[in-house]
Design a protein around this ligand. Structure first.
Ligand SMILES: [Zn+2]
Length: 144
């Protein structure tokens, strides 16, 4: 059984592995009762965002569209389409480890940010290692 801190480390490790393999600095883990239900770290721009892949996989695995009882961990503050999907899925909470303004200098996001305050439980856990993954991605990109 994984506790909150272990799930946070796993989320960061997934994105870090993606970057080391030449992919993007994003990841998402869906957990329930300390067990990973689904996880994703899409490598290319052409793929769906990590949150979308992980939520779809979690729904398929659990056989239901609602993710009540689940926690969603995203390395970066999710974009509006991802938060909309998370809102529909009704997880217990969405935890993210880097604010948009923290990762934006390294991985600029042009999707406008909509405020989901009060509509979806969200927790920001400040994790400098999460921002470091984005920094590493940017460094690899500019100096391959
Ligand atoms: Zn997104």
């Amino acid at each position: 059984m994984l506790d909150d801190a272990m799930l946070v480390r796993r989320t960061i490790a997934l994105a870090h592995r993606s970057v080391v393999q030449g992919g993007r600095p994003f990841s998402c883990v869906v957990a329930r009762d300390g067990v990973v239900v689904a996880e994703s770290s899409p490598q290319t721009e052409a793929e769906l965002h990590a949150e979308v892949q992980a939520v779809h996989a979690a729904r398929a695995r659990l056989g239901r569209s609602k993710l009540s009882g689940c926690q969603i961990y995203a390395i970066a503050q999710p974009c509006t389409p991802c938060l909309t999907l998370c809102h529909e899925a009704r997880p217990d909470v969405v935890v993210y480890l880097a604010l948009r303004e923290e990762y934006d200098p390294y991985y600029p996001c042009e999707i406008p940010q909509k405020d989901f305050t009060g509509r979806l439980p969200q927790t920001y856990l400040q994790e400098p290692d999460a921002v470091d993954v984005c920094r590493l991605w940017a460094a690899n990109r500019h100096h391959p």
